[in-house]
Design a protein around this ligand. Structure first.
Ligand code: ZN
Length: 448
């Protein structure tokens, strides 16, 4: 089995456009990682779902398979200026074919550059609004002084199949937590391969651990259309999806950013947001659509409404290079990611999942305030005033109507801090945990 960085080094140069041979090659290579998993069975293998070109998916349609045989720009004397053999980003993804001599101005109208980095080749895609196009650095663009140039873009559009990889970790119940990562960024690493390899490693760990309560489902797909294809063909699964997490940009040197779902008060939002605080003290949370937009939009959307958060390493709001300097360019290479950071991100995801597994309603088996010293759980307010206050604030909310995450959110403290107290109370038989709320307050028949 390869480690995360080894997998990245093997796969990243592939031209993984949304429906393409290299996308399939990358997905099948990732699937191989699960063939011989120790302790794994056939059921743990990656299923590959296929959706043919033209297939309707709600308001969308599966696009054609796109292949770029070659694309280059040269002077009329035949001097090659840019060439996709140097980097796949030199051609617009889903560019129309084009061959001919163009004026300098015609070329400039079709030559895309990076908005910020003069030395970088940008990632430009025109999946639906079709045109021909090449991409180059601003530096190269500035050097173009000839009257005319020769453009060669040999691309083909043909029927194919969009593919979605899926690995299921069966839990005790059918209710499912969905992990999603996209694989469709040609020749780039942090966006999007890092999310894919972290997702795979998380699943590897879950498969090796005791059976979880929830079922976990990892989907590896082309961005947007892959999620729409999967969801529209698996509508029966949607009511069982209790929440999810989209993963990408997990190898660069920024703190973890957890973007909330469209339903910020959902159990999953309160749980993951409060749990991140212990898992990455430098990390931060931010509302839906304020960090980075990806496949979580399809899950959060009308008619689906699965609360899906996203985890990435993104520079704080206001940074001029947000989300990160090399974003959507040929500078997004293995050089900007480390195995250590990928492992740290995997631990954060596993920690979020652990919290989610623990998140239940806390049902008090006591009435009134607990006689703490009698149970040996009293915290001396003289030596630990904060701990003393917290203990009482947490116990006060153990009433069968609050979950662990609900208490953490209400008190604005980490999930793990609440869990520690709840776990202690559980060990003293003072509380039990339940997946459903069970209010222990007497019915009121007085004015309150
Ligand atoms: Zn992207």
């Amino acid at each position: 089995m390869s480690n995360m960085l080894e997998l990245i080094e093997e796969i990243w140069p592939l031209r993984r456009d949304i429906v393409s041979e290299d996308f399939d090659r990358a997905l099948y290579r990732l699937a191989e990682e699960f063939y011989n998993l120790p302790g794994g069975s056939a059921g743990h293998r990656m299923a590959i779902h296929t959706y043919p070109t033209g297939e309707p998916c709600w308001t969308w349609q599966i696009p054609e398979k796109w292949t770029c045989q070659e694309a280059y720009l040269e002077t009329l004397e035949g001097r090659r200026l840019i060439d996709t053999t140097d980097h796949p980003l030199h051609v617009v993804s889903y560019s129309l074919p084009f061959e001919g001599v163009v004026t300098r101005q015609q070329l400039l109208d079709h030559l895309h550059v990076h908005p910020r980095l003069p030395e970088a080749v940008p990632f430009v895609f025109k999946y639906y609004e079709r045109d021909w196009g090449l991409c180059a650095s601003q530096e190269l663009r500035n050097s173009l002084a000839d009257e005319a140039y020769r453009v060669v873009i040999r691309t083909t559009f043909e029927p194919g199949t969009l593919k979605v990889g899926e690995i299921v970790v069966p839990g005790e119940c059918q209710e499912t937590f969905v992990l999603v990562a996209h694989l469709c960024h040609p020749g780039m690493v942090n966006d999007d391969l890092t999310g894919v390899v972290v997702g795979l490693d998380v699943v590897r760990h879950l498969l090796a651990a005791p059976t979880p309560y929830y079922t976990y489902r990892l989907l590896i797909l082309p961005e947007t259309i892959g999620s729409v294809a999967y969801l529209s063909h698996n509508e029966d699964l949607i009511p069982h999806m209790v929440g999810g997490l989209f993963l990408e940009m997990l190898g660069n040197d920024s703190p973890h950013a957890l973007q909330g779902s469209y339903q910020p008060h959902s159990q999953i939002d309160r749980c993951l947001v409060s749990a991140l605080r212990s898992l990455d003290p430098q990390g931060y949370s931010a509302p839906y659509r304020t960090v980075i937009n990806n496949d979580e939009r399809q899950f959060n959307a009308p008619g689906v409404r699965v609360p899906m958060l996203s985890l990435s390493r993104v520079e704080p709001a206001g940074s001029p290079t947000r989300p990160y300097r090399e974003y959507h360019s040929n500078l997004d290479t293995p050089a900007i990611v480390t195995q250590e950071r990928l492992e740290a991100s995997r631990q954060v995801v596993l920690g979020l999942i652990e919290a989610w597994e623990h998140n239940q309603y806390v049902i008090n088996q006591f009435k009134g305030e607990i006689f703490c010293s009698g149970y040996g759980i009293w915290i001396d307010y003289r030596t630990n005033p904060e701990g003393h206050r917290r203990l009482f604030e947490i116990m006060e909310r153990c009433d069968g109507e609050h979950t662990v995450a609900g208490i953490a959110a209400e008190l604005d403290i980490p999930f793990q801090a609440v869990w520690e107290v709840v776990d202690l109370l559980q060990s003293k038989d003072l509380v039990v945990l339940s997946r459903t709320s069970q209010s222990t307050s007497p019915r009121l028949n007085r004015i309150s």
